[in-house]
Design a binder for this molecule. Structure first.
Ligand code: ZN
Length: 424
C-alpha cells in the first residue's frame, strides 16, 4: 500500500484532514518509524477512541509514562536538546531530540519543530504524544502539543548538557558533549543526498577509548592531532559499531589541554563482547579452532573490492580479479565464538610468506587452497590475542583485526600480575 492510501484510510477512520495526516505520516516514516507503528501513533494523536483517552491528557510523572499512554502532559527539565536535519517532504527539516527529566526519571523526546528550549530549561509539554521505541516510551512534541516554559526550575537528580565519554556512547544517543583528541582524520568526497559533498571521517579518542566519527559539514577545528570539545553530537550505528556524527548543528571548539588517550583496548570474554552488539576497539583472547572458507589466496573484484568466486562478482559479473591474502579464523574462548578477519599484512605473518610466495605455491600445487591449508596448519589449535573492531549482524560476529598475536598468557606471568595487584 502506498503512503497515500495509508493516509486516506487513517483520514477516513479518524475523520480528519487527509493532507494533515499524510504529512505527519510521511514525517514519521522518513524518520524510520515502521509504517504500522506510525499509523498507530497517529491514531493516538488524533484520538481514535480505541486506545482510550480523548480530551486533555492528565499530568503524569515521567516514571509513570508507558507506551500505552496515547498522550500525556508532563513537566520536566530539558537535559539535552540536539538539533538534527532530516529529509521531510523533499526538503530538509530540523528536528530537536534529547532527554527530559523530572524527579522520577528520564525520557527521550523528539520535537518536530524548534520550540526554542535548551538544556537546563524547565518546560511543560501539554498533550505530548507517546510512542514506543525499542520497548521504551518516547515523547513526540509536535503541532498538537502546547509547550510552555516554567519560571521555577525543577530539581532533578540528573546532569544536563549531555557530557559523555566515548565508551558510554550508544547508537541512538543525541546531543552529546565530548572532549576528545582527533586521532585520525581524512577528507573524503561522497555521494550525499544533495549530490557530491565533502566530509571528514576518522577516529576520536579520550581516556575511555576510541570511536570512529563523521563530520558532515567539515570544520577547521577537526584535524588530525587536535584536541576538541564537540557539543551536540549524535550517535548512529555504522558497520555494527557506534559512530559519532558531527553535524552542521554541532558546536566544535579547540581545547587548550591535551587529551590522554588510553592505549589499552577493553579486554573482554568473547561471549560478553558479542552480547554488546559491537565494539569499536576491543581485545579478545581465544583458541583458533578453524579457518573458514574464503581464507588464504583469494581474488577481489577490481571495481568494488569484494571477494569474488571463479572470476564472478555478484555485482559486476565477469571480472579480472585482483589477487589478495586474507584469513577468517574462528576463535573460541569457551564463552562464545567470533570470526577474526586478518588483512593481507596480518595474513603474511601467519602464513610466513607474501603474495608472491602464495601465488608460487598455488601454481606448483595447481590449487590455491594449499595456501589456506598452510595457514590452517600454522594457526589452528593455538591461542591468540586479537585487537580490533567487532561488529555483530546477520553475518555473525566479525572482528576486523588490527593485531593478531599468539597469546603469551602463561601461568607464571599471571601469578606475577596477581601478586603485583595484591601488593598495590
Ligand atoms: Zn564487484
Amino acid at each position: 500500500m502506498e503512503l497515500d492510501d495509508h493516509a486516506e484510510e487513517l483520514a477516513s477512520d479518524l475523520g480528519v484532514d487527509k493532507e494533515e495526516v499524510k504529512s505527519d505520516l510521511q514525517n514519521l516514516v522518513e524518520y524510520s518509524v515502521p509504517v504500522d507503528e506510525a499509523k498507530q501513533s497517529l491514531r493516538r494523536k488524533y484520538g481514535d477512541g480505541s486506545s482510550g483517552g480523548g480530551g486533555t491528557p492528565s499530568a503524569k510523572n515521567v516514571a509513570d509514562i508507558t507506551p500505552e499512554d496515547g498522550s500525556v502532559t508532563v513537566t520536566g527539565t530539558v537535559l539535552t536538546a540536539g538539533k538534527r536535519s532530516i529529509r521531510y517532504q523533499g526538503s530538509d527539516h530540523v528536528i530537536v531530540e534529547g532527554q527530559l527529566a523530572d524527579e522520577t526519571g528520564r525520557i527521550d523526546y523528539t520535537a518536530w519543530e524548534d520550540f526554542g528550549f535548551e538544556a537546563g530549561d524547565t518546560i511543560t509539554a501539554g498533550n505530548a504524544g507517546v510512542r514506543e521505541w525499542d520497548g521504551e516510551p518516547e515523547l513526540n512534541v509536535g503541532e498538537s502539543t502546547a509547550l510552555s516554559f516554567e519560571s521555577d526550575s525543577l530539581e532533578v537528580p540528573y546532569e544536563s548538557g549531555g557530557e559523555a565519554e566515548l565508551t558510554d556512547l550508544e547508537a541512538g544517543d543525541r546531543a552529546r558533549t565530548l572532549e576528545v583528541a582527533v586521532l585520525e582524520c581524512e577528507r573524503r568526497t561522497i555521494d550525499g543526498r544533495d549530490g557530491e559533498t565533502e566530509i571528514l571521517s576518522g577516529v576520536l579518542g579520550d581516556e575511555s577509548g576510541r570511536l570512529p566519527f563523521t563530520n558532515w559539514d567539515p570544520v577547521p577545528e577537526i584535524e588530525a592531532g587536535a584536541s576538541v570539545r564537540i557539543e551536540n553530537a549524535y550517535v548512529q550505528e555504522f558497520r555494527g559499531v557506534p559512530e559519532v556524527n558531527v553535524s552542521e548543528f554541532s558546536r566544535v571548539s579547540a581545547l587548550d589541554r591535551e587529551i590522554d588517550v588510553g592505549s589499552d583496548a577493553t579486554t573482554m570474554d568473547v561471549g560478553e563482547a558479542v552480547r554488546t552488539g559491537g565494539i569499536y576497539d576491543v581485545e579478545l583472547v581465544g583458541n583458533a579452532i578453524a579457518i573458514r572458507d574464503g581464507s588464504g589466496l583469494i581474488q577481489r573484484c577490481p571495481e568494488c573490492y569484494r571477494v569474488i568466486q571463479k572470476g564472478q562478482c555478484r555485482t559486476h559479473g565477469d571480472v579480472d580479479g585482483i589477487d589478495d591474502l586474507r584469513v577468517k579464523a574462528i576463535l573460541d574462548d569457551g564463552t562464545g565464538t567470533v570470526t577474526a578477519i586478518l588483512d593481507d599484512e596480518l595474513t603474511q605473518q601467519v602464513y610466513g610468506g607474501d603474495l608472491e610466495d602464495a601465488l608460487e605455491a598455488a601454481r606448483e600445487a595447481m590449487d590455491q587452497e594449499v595456501v589456506a591449508d598452510e595457514i590452517r596448519e600454522n594457526v589452528v589449535g593455538r591461542e591468540y590475542r586479537v585487537r580490533g573492531h567487532l561488529s555483530v549482524d546477520e553475518y555473525g560476529a566479525n572482528l576486523d583485526a588490527e593485531t593478531f598475536e599468539e597469546s603469551d598468557d602463561d601461568p607464571a606471568a599471571r601469578a606475577t600480575a596477581f601478586l603485583e595487584e595484591v601488593d598495590a
